[in-house]
Design a protein around this ligand. Structure first.
Ligand code: ZN
Length: 303
C-alpha cells in the first residue's frame, strides 16, 4: 500500500540566514527567488506531487510567484498556506532588542499584535492568491497557545510547525529571555494540537509534524535535501515506509531553489546538484508514496 508524500516549502525572502534584527535590514529583504520556484513546481508535477507553499509576507508581494501560485492553486497542482515571519509582517511593532538577539518569535509581541499580524497575513494571502488558506507553519518552528487559538479562529485546520525530537530552546529571539519551543517529546505522527497551559478545552487543528527519524548512529535525519545527503534521504524513504507513520513530509525553503539564495546552495553548480538529487529522490519516492497537499491530507485524517 502506498503512503502519502507531503511537500512543504517555506516560501520566504532571499538569504534569511543572515539575522534581520534592525529596521534597515528588514527593509532590505528581497524576494528574487520567486523567479526560480517554477522549475521546482514543474518537477513536482512530473511526479504528480502537490507542494504546499507556506508563504510569508514578502513573498505574497512577489509577482512571478503570485502568477504561478494563483494559477496552480486554481487547478489543484499546489496549495498556498501561511508562514509567519513576525519580524517582517504588518502591523509593525517595535520590540526592545537584547544584545546577541536574533529574529523575533511571534510569541514575543503583545497579544493584540499577534492577532493583528495573523489576521492581516491571512486576509492578504486569501486576497492575493484568490485562495482558501487552511494550513500554517510558524516562523522559526514556533507556536504558542494564543497563536493556536487565533489560527483556529481564522479557519486554519492544519499545522506543520512541529519538528519531532528537536528543541529550539537554545535559539534566542529578539528580546531578553526569549527562546524557541522544544518539540523533543513529539513523535512524527499526526495528532491534534493541544493547548499547553493557557486555554482549556479541545483544539481542532491537525498537526502533521516534519519527518525526522534517527538512524542507527543516532543522528537525526530530516527529509530535507542539502546537496550532500542523498544517501541519508534514500535511507529515510525506506525507514519511514517501514514505520507505522502513514505519510512522509519533505521541506525546503523557496530561497534554496535560487543560486546564492541560501548558504547551502551558493551557485548554479550547487543548484544543479540539488535538482539531480531531487530527481533521484522523487523517482524513488513515487514508487512507494503518492503526492497530496497538506490540507487534503488533513481532510482525510478528519474523515
Ligand atoms: Zn521561515
Amino acid at each position: 500500500m502506498k503512503k502519502y508524500f507531503i511537500i512543504t516549502i517555506d516560501t520566504e525572502g532571499d538569504n534569511l540566514w543572515n539575522v534581520k534584527n534592525t529596521d534597515a535590514k528588514i527593509r532590505g529583504i528581497t524576494n528574487k527567488n520567486a523567479e526560480y520556484i517554477v522549475r521546482f513546481q514543474e518537477l513536482c508535477e512530473k511526479y504528480n506531487f502537490i507542494p504546499t507553499y507556506l508563504t510569508n509576507y514578502e513573498m505574497s508581494n512577489a509577482q512571478p510567484f503570485i502568477e504561478m501560485a494563483t494559477y496552480g492553486n486554481k487547478y489543484g497542482c499546489l496549495e498556498i498556506g501561511m508562514h509567519m515571519h513576525a519580524w517582517n509582517s504588518p502591523p509593525y511593532y517595535p520590540l526592545k532588542f537584547a544584545n546577541g538577539g536574533n529574529n523575533s518569535y511571534l510569541g514575543e509581541y503583545p497579544k493584540k499584535i499577534i492577532r493583528d499580524k495573523l489576521c492581516f497575513l491571512y486576509d492578504h494571502l486569501c486576497k492575493v492568491f484568490q485562495a482558501e488558506i487552511t494550513s500554517h507553519r510558524g516562523g522559526r518552528w514556533y507556536l504558542n497557545d494564543y497563536i493556536i487559538k487565533c489560527l483556529e479562529e481564522l479557519g486554519i485546520f492544519v499545522d506543520c510547525s512541529i519538528t519531532p525530537k528537536v528543541t529550539w530552546r537554545d535559539n534566542v529571539g529578539y528580546t531578553k529571555y526569549s527562546n524557541g519551543r522544544s518539540w523533543s517529546i513529539y513523535k512524527d505522527k499526526v495528532c491534534k494540537l493541544k493547548y499547553k497551559n493557557i486555554f482549556y478545552g479541545k483544539c481542532n487543528i491537525i498537526e502533521v509534524p516534519m519527518t525526522i527519524r534517527k538512524n542507527s548512529k543516532n543522528e537525526k535525519i530530516w527529509m530535507r535535501p542539502n546537496g550532500k545527503n542523498l544517501k541519508d534521504l534514500l535511507w529515510l524513504i525506506d525507514d519511514n515506509y517501514k514505520s507505522d507513520c502513514n505519510y512522509m513530509e519533505f521541506m525546503l525553503h523557496s530561497s534554496e531553489l535560487m543560486p546564492g539564495g541560501s548558504p547551502t546552495f551558493k551557485n548554479t553548480r550547487d543548484i544543479e546538484r540539488l535538482y539531480d538529487n531531487l530527481e533521484n529522490l522523487f523517482k524513488s519516492i513515487s514508487e512507494k508514496y503518492i503526492g497530496i497537499s497538506l490540507s487534503d491530507f488533513a481532510r482525510k485524517y478528519i474523515k
